[in-house]
Design a protein around this ligand. Structure first.
Ligand code: PLP
Length: 379
């Protein structure tokens, strides 16, 4: 028995070996994680518990509970001015991850080219390959603060692609894009007839300007699929709940695959998510403020240390230049000698070389200790 070729075309995650190393060590401070260090707001957890006490343990509608879809529609309208019909334009998924995979499978025909703005979250490239598509890498540049521009899109041949995947606020760089900057990408997408898959899972973690969804720009709604969810803003990674917003025809295709592969997203998590939308705005603001305090600490400490780091404005990552030429060797030595884990930037694709992803989803005091250790390491 042999795995299918398309699976073998996807290499194992580049950071796995690194985390295996970290697991064997004591006194580790991990700045390598990609998830909130907070627990989900209590009201959301309580709603989940109550739903279990009431025996609500059955499947839901394929698209997710109607009240949750309505709450999502209201929420994305209020926050981002996005208008989606809860009946046929929203699918609740097992994390944004499931939504991303479904969208590739629903939209990519064998041999279609998908432009992937990089460095990026590690699932996009495998997702395209699992859907039998071809990847066109579009490395963003440090001099552009890792924003996507029409110039890099054209330079890397994205005008010939069928689709574009992008994520702002970005994992791993922490880059964000303003409305004007997104408009330039939207113009490119319209001119070259690209479908845009926009991962906006960090939309609530934008520290210096409001988040704009590319789907709100003129002519974009009909060519955009938006992914979002509860993992980051509501610290609910383990509950596995996200959603996909898309025009009805594409939403139906996504739902068809979801219906046969997942049936419905986790029911308990749907109750938690509904409560989160209804009553947990305050906690989202508090968590954002705390991330922002840590972001300022990380950026100012790097500056003091002489580490070159662009001003990341979103998510919970900084993306400094590595003080050594070999970022992997640096990350490994830093881990072995100081117990601080960071991730080499090239684990996130082209454009990440020579950088480090430093997550500040770690308590303030631990973060300070980790930064002290980095400082003594590089002296
Ligand atoms: N998209 C991005 C950019 C991420 O960084 C992550 C998780 O790290 C995900 C999606 C996965 O989100 P979920 O937990 O909703 O599947």
């Amino acid at each position: 028995m042999k795995p299918a070729d398309r699976v073998q075309r996807v290499p194992p995650s580049g950071i796995r070996r690194f985390f295996e190393l970290a697991e064997e060590m004591d006194d580790i401070i991990s700045l390598g994680v990609g998830e909130p260090d907070f627990a989900a707001p209590w009201a959301a957890r309580d709603a989940a518990i109550t739903s279990l006490e009431q025996g609500k343990t059955s499947y839901t509608a394929n698209r997710g509970r109607r009240d949750l879809r309505e709450a999502i529609a209201t929420d994305v309208k209020k926050r981002y001015d996005l208008s989606y019909d809860p009946d046929d334009e929203i699918v609740v998924t097992a994390g944004a991850s499931e939504g991303i995979d479904l969208a590739f499978r629903a939209l990519v025909n064998p041999g279609d080219t998908v432009a992937v703005a990089q460095p990026c979250y590690v699932s996009y490239v495998p997702g395209v390959i699992f859907a039998d598509g071809d990847v066109c890498s579009v490395p963003t540049r440090k001099e552009d603060e890792f924003k996507l521009t029409p110039e890099v899109l054209a330079e890397h041949g994205a005008d010939d692609a069928e689709m574009l995947v992008m994520c702002y606020p970005n994992n791993p760089t922490g880059a964000t894009m303003t409305e004007d900057e997104l408009q330039a990408v939207a113009d490119f997408a319209i001119e070259h007839d690209l479908t845009v898959l926009s991962d906006e899972i960090y939309s609530e973690l934008s520290y210096e300007h409001d988040h704009t969804s590319i789907a709100t720009l003129p002519g974009m709604r009909e060519r955009t699929v938006v992914f979002n969810g509860f993992s980051k803003a509501y610290a609910m990674t383990g509950l596995r709940l996200g959603y996909v917003l898309a025009p009805a025809e594409v939403s139906a295709a996504i739902n068809r695959i979801h219906q046969y592969t997942m049936l419905s997203a986790p029911t308990t998590a749907q109750f938690a998510a509904l409560e989160a939308l209804e009553s947990c705005d305050g906690e989202v603001v508090e968590m954002r403020e705390e991330y922002n305090r840590r972001r300022n600490l990380v950026l100012s400490r790097f500056e003091e240390m002489g580490i070159d780091c662009f001003r990341a404005k979103g998510a919970f990552y900084a993306f400094p230049e590595c003080p050594w030429d070999d970022a992997e060797a640096f990350a490994e030595a830093l881990l072995e000698e100081t117990g601080v884990a960071v991730v080499p930037g090239d684990a996130f694709g082209e454009g990440g070389e020579g950088h480090l992803r430093v997550s500040y989803a770690t308590g303030f005091d631990e973060l300070e200790t980790a930064l002290d250790r980095i400082e003594s390491f590089i002296e």
